[in-house]
Design a binder for this molecule. Sequence first.
Ligand code: 17E
Ligand code: FE2
Length: 418
Amino acid sequence: MSTQLNAIVNARLQGRNGLHRLDISNGCFSGIAAQPHTTTAQEDELDAQGNLVTPAFVEPHIHLDAAMTAGEPRWNKSGTLFEGIECWSERKTTLSHDDVINRATQTLKLFAAHGIQYVRTHVDVTDPKLTALKAMLEVREQTSAFVDLQIVAFPQEGIWSFKNGRELMEESVRLGADVVGGIPHFEFTRDYGAESVRWLMELAHNNDRLVDVHCDEIDDPESRFLEVLAAEALRLDYGSRVSASHTCAMGSYNDAYCGRLFRLLKRAGLRFLSMPTESLHLQGRFDSYPKRRGITRVAELLDAGLKVAFGQDSIRDPWYPMGNGNMLRTLDVGLHACHMLGMSRIDRSIELITENGAAALDLEEYGIAEGMPARCIVQQGATPYEVLLGQMPVLASVRDGQILVRRKASQPEKDLML
Ligand code: 17E
Ligand code: FE2
């Protein structure tokens, strides 16, 4: 069978009943039609076998420069964000161009095997040589056949608190970073944090770049940089291009403050990225009991009409030793941690790892609709509930009408004759 498809048949789509046929021409969806019966797939057609077909997964927040370095040069014993930053700072001194390219590429291939076709990676630019950034710019080109990669200039050790922090950020934008990052809760003082946010917003706005700030990744209820970021997004009318990552402190804010804050968030319209597996692991570390979850108010943000997506954040690095590239695992943990296992939430949950991530990445062409690039995945299950129950790897990943990934369905337990 040629890998260039003319159609996907026997597909189930979210929000529509019954089976559908998705026609493809010139790499784009050219028609979507209800199918009265199951049909036999022709040679140039992909048979979805009654499974759910969704847009490709979006991984909106990962650190590819650190991927696969867990235990190097030592393991993070405390499990805190701060020890992770120390371990990474040691590992950073041994980075080479090829080291970054190899680990990032290997990880992106693993992601592709799990149906991820869009990735935003943070890259630590608190390095006078910008080794990781320069390598990642090459990775972005080399992997473009199977993934759209956005690169964030991420100042891991601070903009105000690291020598030449501002110059390194500016140089990273000049070299081609797509997104401007920040880390206000890690700056030495509150003033530094707030100033860094105002400065990075100007840098992004003046250079027509997106923004994605590690914002309030701490259990401290006094960490309130999100309000600064949102106010700047509103002032510059930039909300759809700004993501607030983590916002863990919001899980510790009081309700009165959140009442005021949400008014601003809704007006600013910025995007939210939550990394539930990572935050469950890194946060709550300074609590005894009761122990906080360290996760932002995901359900409340969604109910306020804001876009929230889940990301993996790490894969086997100084911050988090686990991870396998399967976003359904991240989604499952997030829904548990955020009290979102009500059926109406489950029914809509796939948007947390697809559409909402696409909104954060400000993707112009995304989704299953006539005229859109034919990029989609075939999941194992007919409904979001079944997909989540199984958490099985995708059956297929299609990109611009070409099959990137195809695997056999896992044998259902009922067929194992136990
Ligand atoms: N760096 C950081 O500041 N926060 C994280 N969660 C990771 C790296 C993974
Ligand atoms: Fe992160």
